[in-house]
Design a protein around this ligand. Sequence first.
Ligand code: C2E
Ligand code: MG
Ligand code: MG
Ligand code: MG
Length: 284
Amino acid sequence: YAAKVTGGRHVRYTPELDARSSEQASLGAALRCALDEGQFFLVYQPIVALPSTRVAGVEALVRWRHPVHGLVSPADFVPVAEHNGLIVELGAWILREACTRMESWRRADDASAPAKMSVNVSARQLSEPDFAQVVATVLRETGLPASYLALEVTETAVFDSTVALDTLRAVKALGVRIALDDFGTGHSSLGLLRTAPVDILKVDKSFIDDLAVPGAQAAIVTALIDVSNHLGLTAIAEGVETPEQAERLVAMGYRFAQGYLFGRPTPDPDFAAPLALATAEPHP
Ligand code: C2E
Ligand code: MG
Ligand code: MG
Ligand code: MG
């Protein structure tokens, strides 16, 4: 069993270890089946401009409606799909679905519709040599102009491989924007912001949480908008839940934010009512 071997060293057998790896294997098989059976769907969360709170973009987030267990969080299945490689195929489906949706909003010519679709991309997808080709094909086939698409990647994904950097450059050459997601939670390097092909910096929710309290978190959030401005990056504050946080962000100079305060992820967002303060994510 590969799972019992760590760096060439055998780990002592434990029934728990076996249970965990077989659980992972059966979840992996269920994910394969879920993709074939059409059990995945996307929800969309608004990204708003400040201080107007007008919808500027949306982030697509994947959901799995399991026939028995109901809604499963991506935090539970995306890591498994990354591990067994299914994320490559699932990710391509997500990209196509999101671009198709964005193109239909664009064609509807609704003044309140978002101007950008953000799609999360995992490290495993970036390590595929043909990833930029997949993006180009999806854009061509859905008809969505590249300028309407942004891809969200994590610092770790960018740091861990030189392939990822080359892939990002190729994607950027298509005219697609690149966002660094959850910034501040990985091995953050300000140097990376300067050298990596990045356009958008998403400041992680953990920094926004304590924003109302003066202290280190607020100092970091202030520093990040300054760095973003100097490097010509667009900063987006993630996980904004209270009006106090939004006010602090506006005072600091933030022009974009995302969070439950402005809208929960939903399958059919109503862009004309961004401040709906929904209390629950609908289960379609
Ligand atoms: P993320 O990309 O950082 O997405 C933001 C997460 O924070 C989402 O959780 C969103 O629902 C949640 N969120 C947004 N605003 C608030 C808020 O005000 N308060 C709180 N408490 N949470 C908020 P979700 O949808 O469960 O996704 C979790 C993570 O799973 C994502 O983090 C992303 O890393 C991954 N993920 C989701 N969809 C996809 C996908 O399509 N592809 C890939 N590769 N990963 C995905
Ligand atoms: Mg994201
Ligand atoms: Mg994020
Ligand atoms: Mg986050």
